[in-house]
Every structure is written in C-alpha cells, then in structure tokens.
Ligand binder design. Structure first.
Ligand SMILES: [Zn+2]
Ligand SMILES: [Zn+2]
Length: 139
C-alpha cells in the first residue's frame, strides 16, 4: 500500500471521529504493509520509535472503531488486520499462524439466522482450526 492509499483512508478515519495524527497513519500503513496478521510486537518492530504502549492504545482504538479487526486466536497473543467483512480465518493450533480464505456462501448463515430467529443480523464470526502446512511437515 502506497502513501496514496493511506491518504484515501483519511476521510474514512475522520468519519469515525478519529483525530488524524502522523503516528496513527504510520501504524495503519505498517499494518497494511505487513499484510500477514501482525501482533503489536510485530508493528513495534517496524516502528521502534513509537512506544509499544502508544501502538497498543491506538490499535485498541482502531478495533473499537472497526478500522481494525482483532484476532485473539491461537497463541493467546492478539493479531490484527484491516477490518474486512466476509473473510474467514483458518488458525494453526500448533504455531498460531492465521491464513485468510473467502467463502461467500457463508453469508447464507445470516439469512438463515434472520429467518429462524427474527433477529436483524449485523455480522457473524467464523473460524476454522487445524494444523498448517509447515507444522504438518515437522510432525
Ligand atoms: Zn503451524
Ligand atoms: Zn485475515
């Protein structure tokens, strides 16, 4: 992600009532660039001049504003990514690796839930657990 794309995000952030600071933009840019699902430690490694506490507090705020998703799976250390609905995670039970996959048919679960319960459905959560390729090879 280039600076351009981060600039495009600014209206989105403002819409959520977020004060735009260079630090906040840097944190978001780093999460985008890391692509995998970084922990706060991973983000800090890329931005050693921003304190771990500052990164942690901002990441928590981004989660609250639905800018980031928190993935508290696997190793007990939360990982983060840019919020994107309708994508799912498969989590390695041995090393905690998280990989993305899409499966649009799962959207039907929401329709079924709405029909069966008369709830107005807002979102759903779904995770799959297993053993990743690398851990399979090491077994
Ligand atoms: Zn693994
Ligand atoms: Zn993901």
């Amino acid at each position: 992600m280039g600076d351009e794309q981060i600039t495009q995000m600014i209206p989105y952030l403002k819409e959520r009532g977020l004060r735009i600071t260079p630090q906040r933009l840097l944190i978001l840019e780093t999460i985008q660039n890391l692509k995998s699902h970084p922990t706060v430690e991973d983000i800090h490694r890329e931005l050693p001049y921003i304190s771990l506490a500052t990164i942690y507090n901002n990441v928590k705020l981004f989660v609250k504003l639905h800018i980031l998703s928190e993935l508290p799976y696997g190793t007990g250390i939360s990982k983060y990514e840019m919020f994107q609905p309708n994508h799912y995670h498969v989590i390695c039970e041995l090393c905690g690796k998280i990989e993305d996959f899409n499966y649009p048919l799962l959207k039907e679960v929401e329709q079924a839930a709405a029909k069966l319960t008369n709830f107005e459905i807002e979102y759903h959560h779904f995770e799959v657990y297993g053993i990743c390729r690398k851990c399979q090879e090491q077994k």
